[in-house]
Ligand binder design. Structure first.
Ligand code: ATP
Length: 307
């Protein structure tokens, strides 16, 4: 479970009830029931203060029974506090990359490291504490808003929860509800907008405080106004953390330390926004779909930063 949830046994302590009444809860139940595809290391490394280096070293992955690799020999690093944006067409392998980094699966070839330690040597619970996934579809549990934020770090105090909500620009709309933080919400709730639910998920992630964040399409499904409203909370969440952001929305790309373009499971370009725009290749076409000619600019000497 790389999701922003504590180990499952802690959910009960929060008094959160899971029901199968909604699609969201069914999905959560599926996750709870899923056979883990990975196991704890036989010889785990001792826990250490994680700095947030992420390294993919020739990582490939093929889903069980599939004919071809969904990721093929992907190599890149992200330093502590860096923002790395992963983009590319649908089906390119971006979500697969996030599933490997959160160790839903292990690569079929190559190695993925946290601070230079292969993920397969890291105790799973420790990995979950340090590498947090903000999934594409906000997972909301039956319970109060307070509990939904608190499950980022069970036992957090009310003032810590409120501070996280303020940082996520969620405090004002929560306080405006008749029951405030005690408002009962549930998966699929119509009471809050998609953007508000996303900000609750961001508050949960703030509280979690993992040094490495994996954001899967954080603005997908939001209209442009709602998407703009989550940018500031996202920036605060990412500050000081290594962030791997999977997105088609390239509005934050100029801020990224590195942009990775994945296509057909391969890393086809890597560099900063300016480098890749000058390279005038796949990224430039994604960033300006109609304006960039595909050839003849004579810019081939401006090769993207090698990976
Ligand atoms: P999108 O932008 O549409 O979310 P993506 O870049 O995240 O796409 P992935 O979801 O990583 O792409 O999928 C990469 C490839 O792996 C696709 O060809 C997809 O069909 C395949 N794939 C994804 N999940 C599975 C699975 N569970 N079993 C088999 N193949 C899968």
């Amino acid at each position: 479970l790389g999701y922003l949830y504590p180990p499952i046994r802690n959910l009960g302590q929060l008094g959160l009830t899971l029901t199968a009444a909604t699609a969201g809860a069914e999905r959560l139940q599926e996750i709870l029931d899923a056979e883990p595809a990975v196991s704890d290391p036989a010889r785990p490394v001792p826990e250490w203060p994680v700095r947030g280096w992420v390294g993919f070293h020739g990582a490939s992955f093929r889903y069980p029974g599939a004919q071809r690799d969904s990721l093929h020999e992907v190599t890149f690093t992200a330093g502590p506090g860096e923002l790395v944006i992963v983009t590319g067409p649908s089906g390119a392998g971006k979500s697969t990359l996030s599933k490997l980094l959160t160790r839903f699966y292990d690569p079929t070839a190559g190695v993925i490291c946290l601070d230079g330690v292969p993920l397969t040597d890291v105790p799973l619970e420790f990995l979950r504490e340090n590498v947090a996934l903000l999934p594409q579809e906000t997972l909301i549990l039956h319970g109060t808003i307070r509990e939904n934020i608190e499950c980022g770090r069970p036992g957090a105090t009310d003032s810590e929860i409120e501070r996280a909500a303020r940082d996520a620009v969620a405090h004002d709309f929560i306080s405006a509800l008749p029951d405030g933080y005690d408002t009962e919400i549930a998966p699929g709730t119509a009471m809050l907008s998609g953007g508000q639910l996303q900000r609750i998920a961001i508050a949960r992630a703030m509280l979690r405080g993992a040094p490495v964040l994996v954001l899967d399409e954080p603005t997908a499904g939001l209209d442009s106004v709602a998407a703009r409203r989550v940018v500031q909370p996202l920036r605060r969440l990412m500050a000081g953390r290594t962030t791997i952001m999977i997105t088609h929305d390239l509005s934050l790309a100029p801020d990224a330390d590195r942009i990775l373009v994945v296509d057909g499971g391969r890393l086809v370009e890597a560099g900063t926004h300016d480098e890749l725009m000058a390279y005038a290749g796949a990224y430039a076409r994604l960033a300006t779909p109609t304006a960039i000619p595909t050839a003849g600019l004579g810019l081939d000497h401006l090769a993207a930063r090698s990976v």
